[in-house]
Design a protein. Sequence first.
Length: 283
Amino acid sequence: MNAISPRACVIGWPITHSRSPLIHKYWLNHHGLAGSYERVPVEPENLNKFFDLVRAGSFVGCNVTLPHKQAATAYIDHADERVRRIGALNTVWREGDFLHATSTDGPGYASNLLAEHPDFRFDGTKICVLGAGGSARSIVDELLRRSASRIIVHNRTQSRATELALHFGKGVLACDRTELPARLQEVDLVINTTSAGIGNSDKIEIPWHSVPSDAIISDISYVPLVTPFLKEAAQNGHRISTGLGMLLHQAVLGFEKWFGVRPEVTPELYALVARDIDPDFQP
């Protein structure tokens, strides 16, 4: 009797926008592996039912995206140290009857930035993070692991920035709107983890004259490939780092856990997903 092919997925609500199936199907075909990866819409009130299915063997694991990254931690048997520190996850895999989880957003962000800007070093740097959600937490955690000297967190709702700073403690400081221009004068890197400026979201007002000319400006959003935030940064003479590479790099560990092979992020894969977002993309 033939073994059942491994089946993985990405869950969210909504989930139709996710490019993750394109990534994992590419790797499955590239490595000649049996298996599948699909989008599964899961309403918040049905999270427990979905993870019961995973535990019962319907899936070997899943990626978790908005709005479930924090709520999903309640259904995991063995969350790793990273998940316990940040209180959020994005990658789940089954081992026997138990569910394990980690967050690859932070490592994926760092891997992408270094791939795009190999001269950058995190240790000893001062960094501004815009936003205070689950992705911001994972990225701040990774920045601290890589010995950033100071992380400034700015969020439209100041209480959330304060909560994040208090959670991580030493080295992380909440910053309100009035303090932002002065704080930006000393940064080496700015990371936008919000959706502001995309679609109908309010534009982020950044005093670009305050940002050092050699600072790198990055955005974790990848639709469009170059967000309005990054376009504005480039127009002000800054080097930029786009978000699509983070999506690709954060997917590596999950694929390895589910299908048993560690894949690579290649220019061919980047171009494949980029053209799905923008048919006019040219490498």
